[in-house]
Design a protein around this ligand. Structure first.
Ligand SMILES: *Cc1c(COP(=O)(O)O)cnc(C)c1O
Length: 356
C-alpha cells in the first residue's frame, strides 16, 4: 500500500528510536524532565520567542491558545475552513465556552477587510460578545497546503495591535512554509502572540506539539495544560524524538515538496482534475473529482483496490499528502494507479453515465 492520506502517517526511524532510548527523563510536572526542558529551550532559541510549552497534540496546543487568550462568552475570529473551526469547533465550545465567529473566505487568506466585516457584523457594546482573538493557519491545510504570505501576516498582526485583539498562528505545517519560502522560523514567530507547531506532521516524529509565544500567554497555558489532562510525567523520550526530528528531518521536507510537484506534473495530464501547477506550493494535491462525476469516497475505494490510500476531504475533493515515508518510486506508482482508476471511471461512464 502507498499511503498518501496524511503526513501524520510517518513512522519513527531506527535512528530516532535509538535516540529516544537514551533520552534523559524526569517528572515534567515538576519541571524536571531534562529532555523536555532541552527541547523547549531549543525551540525558544529557534523561534526567538519568550516561552515555549511542550504539549501532546496540535489540537491541545490550539485549544490552550484559545483558553489562555479568550474569556468565556467572547469571540474568536477565524476562517470556517481552518483546523480550529473545521475540526475543533466542538472542543472550543466545550473547553473554552467561546464563540467561533467564522468567515468562509474564497482563497483561505483571512484579511483585514474580513476582520472589519466580522467585527462590525454585530453590536459590540460592553453588554455584548467581544472579539478577543484572531487565528490563522500556515500552511493552510484545507486550501491544498497553501502558503500564508508573510506580508499579509504582518498586516493582520498590526491590525490586531490597534484593535485590542490577540493573534494566534496554527503552524501545524509551518515547517513546510519555512522550507518553501526560506523565511526563517523566527520571522514568522515575530508577528504573533502565540504560535503552535506540530512535530508529528512533516518532521515525522511520533508525538507532540509546541505552543510558543508571549510569556503571559504561556504562563496561562501551563495551568490549563494541567487542567486539560496534558500534564505529563517522564515524557522526555518523545521530546527527544521531536528534538531529533528538528535536527535531522527539517531538510527532508524539501524532498516532499519536490515529489509533490513531480506527482502534480503527472496528474496534470488528466484534464478532469484541472490541476494548476503554480498552486502546488508545499506537500498537498487536491483532486477535484466533479468533472469525473464521482465522489471522493467512490474514487478512493477504487484507488484502494489498486493499493493506494487517499483522504476524502470534501464530497468531491480527494486529498493527497506527500511525506517522509514516500519515495520517488512510490510517486511514479501512485501516478500510474490514479491514471488507471481515471480510465476505469471514464469507461464506466460510457456504459453507465450515472455513477454519482
Ligand atoms: C494536524 C493539525 C492540527 C492538530 O493535529 P493533532 O492531530 O491534534 O496533533 C492542527 N492544525 C492543523 C492545521 C493541522 O493540520
Amino acid at each position: 500500500m502507498i499511503d498518501l492520506r496524511s503526513d501524520t502517517l510517518t513512522m519513527p526511524t531506527p535512528e530516532m528510536r535509538e535516540y529516544m532510548i537514551h533520552a534523559q527523563v524526569g517528572d515534567d510536572c515538576y519541571g524536571e524532565d531534562i529532555s523536555v526542558n532541552q527541547l523547549e529551550s531549543y525551540c525558544k532559541e529557534l523561534f526567538q520567542v519568550e516561552d515555549a510549552l511542550f504539549v501532546p497534540t496540535g489540537t491541545m496546543s490550539n485549544q490552550l491558545a484559545i483558553k489562555s487568550q479568550v474569556q468565556e462568552g467572547n469571540e474568536v475570529l477565524t476562517d470556517l475552513n481552518y483546523h480550529i473551526s473545521f475540526y475543533e469547533s466542538g472542543p472550543t465550545a466545550l473547553l473554552s465556552r467561546t464563540v467561533l465567529h467564522t468567515k468562509q473566505t474564497a482563497d483561505g487568506i483571512l484579511n483585514i477587510d474580513d476582520l472589519v466585516q466580522m467585527i462590525e457584523a454585530k453590536p459590540r457594546g460592553s453588554l455584548y460578545a467581544q472579539p478577543q482573538l484572531v487565528t490563522i493557519e500556515n500552511t493552510i491545510a484545507n486550501f491544498q497546503g497553501k502558503l500564508f504570505p508573510l506580508n499579509q501576516i504582518r498586516e493582520l498582526y498590526e491590525f490586531t495591535r490597534t484593535h485590542r485583539l490577540s493573534f494566534h498562528m496554527d503552524g501545524a505545517r509551518l515547517f513546510n512554509a519555512h522550507i518553501a519560502t526560506q523565511i526563517p522560523l523566527h520571522e514568522y514567530a515575530k508577528y504573533v502572540d502565540s504560535l503552535s507547531i506540530c512535530f508529528a506532521k512533516g518532521l515525522a516524529a511520533p508525538f507532540g506539539s509546541m505552543l510558543m509565544g508571549k510569556k503571559s500567554v504561556i504562563d496561562q497555558a501551563k495551568k490549563y495544560r494541567k487542567q486539560f489532562g496534558g500534564g505529563l510525567h517522564q515524557i522526555g523520550m518523545y521530546a527527544a524524538a521531536a528534538h531529533y526530528a528538528l535536527q535531522h528531518h527539517l531538510k527532508g521536507i524539501e524532498k516532499d515538496h519536490q515529489l509533490t510537484k513531480l506527482l502534480a506534473r503527472h496528474l496534470c495530464m488528466i484534464p478532469e482534475f484541472n490541476i494548476q501547477l503554480n498552486e502546488i506550493e508545499t506537500n498537498m494535491i487536491f483532486l477535484d473529482l466533479s468533472a469525473l462525476g464521482v465522489t471522493s469516497e467512490q474514487f478512493i475505494s477504487l484507488c484502494q483496490e489498486c493499493g493506494l490510500l487517499l483522504f476524502p476531504l470534501f464530497r468531491h475533493i480527494a486529498r493527497i499528502v506527500v511525506h517522509r515515508n514516500i519515495s520517488q518510486v512510490d510517486i511514479n506508482r501512485a501516478a500510474t494507479m490514479i491514471d488507471r482508476v481515471v480510465k476505469k471511471i471514464r469507461k464506466r461512464q460510457l456504459h453507465n453515465p450515472v455513477i454519482r
